[in-house]
Write a protein that binds this ligand. Structure first.
Ligand code: SAH
Length: 246
């Protein structure tokens, strides 16, 4: 059976998944725990990416090289940047850009040197399945009751090694990206790195992010309680629905 990697950035997002894992076994590699088993009838490897692009790239590489996963899905939280991308919404990544990559003037701003690319796309089929899972999750009132108007979005996600937590900073980030034709919906710290690793290996990749904050002056306040109370619940339901669609 094809094995699916499910990556989470934070332990709180992963706990609910480990609890549901059938025939679990744990392997430690590169200072990380990898949980192997079955989830909703699918062979899976659960991993914590840790935080930031390098940690996420290391985890993704180990999942492919050591555990031979054939597809990869990231579930996590992100700050909303796009207009109308609000706390409690879900963003499914269609493509990814590294907002802190700047090798100009040698290369255009945001371009990944030697790839000739600024964005890495997600896998079309996996992404549609994830979007369907996200939409169906938001319709389940016991999951999304705190956010009855929550929406699912599909679009561009920006990743970088910075927790964006200021209105001025997030406005400037959005404006700079827009000026280079990157109309970003959300900002986080791992997705574009995992997308690049999966591109290198030819592994289908998809990612879903629940919006935990608006990357503004209250981002650090909103974040911790949201992870505990909402994001873990969203992740569990989205992953369950997604795995059943595979
Ligand atoms: N307080 C946390 C640290 C979280 S870092 C801890 O103690 O562990 C933020 C994580 O959530 C990253 O994994 C990132 O991908 C995502 N994220 C959520 N909101 C974000 C924002 N406004 N800017 C950048 N990353 C954000």
């Amino acid at each position: 059976m094809q094995s699916t990697a499910i990556l989470s950035a934070l332990a709180q997002e992963q706990h609910g998944l480990i609890e549901l894992l059938q025939r679990p076994s744990k392997v430690n590699r590169a200072g990380r725990d990898f949980w192997l088993g079955e989830l909703h009838g699918q062979s899976v490897v659960l991993a914590l990416s840790k935080i930031g692009k390098v940690a996420a790239a290391t985890t993704a590489t180990a999942l492919i090289e050591r555990f031979g996963v054939q597809r990869m899905v990231f579930t996590g939280v992100a700050g909303g940047l796009g207009v109308g991308v609000d706390v409690g919404d879900v963003v499914v990544g269609q493509s990814f850009v590294q907002h802190d990559l700047d090798a100009s003037p040698l290369f255009p701003r945001y371009e990944v040197p030697l790839y000739g690319k600024t964005q890495f796309g997600s896998d079309t089929v996996l992404t549609q399945q994830l979007l369907e899972a996200a939409r169906s999750t938001l319709k389940q009132r016991h999951v999304s009751q705190a956010y009855p108007a929550a929406k699912a979005h599909l679009g561009l996600i920006a990743s970088g090694d910075r927790f964006v937590s200021g209105a001025m900073e997030s406005n400037a980030l959005r404006a700079a990206l827009l000026a280079a034709n990157h109309d970003v919906l959300a900002v986080e710290m791992e997705g574009a790195a995992v997308a690049q690793v999966c591109h290198d290996y030819g592994i289908p990749f998809a990612a879903v992010r629940t919006i935990s904050d608006r990357a503004d002056d209250t981002a650090h306040v909103d974040f911790p309680s949201f992870i505990d109370q909402v994001a873990s619940q969203y992740a569990r339901t989205i992953v369950k629905t997604f795995l059943k669609l595979l």
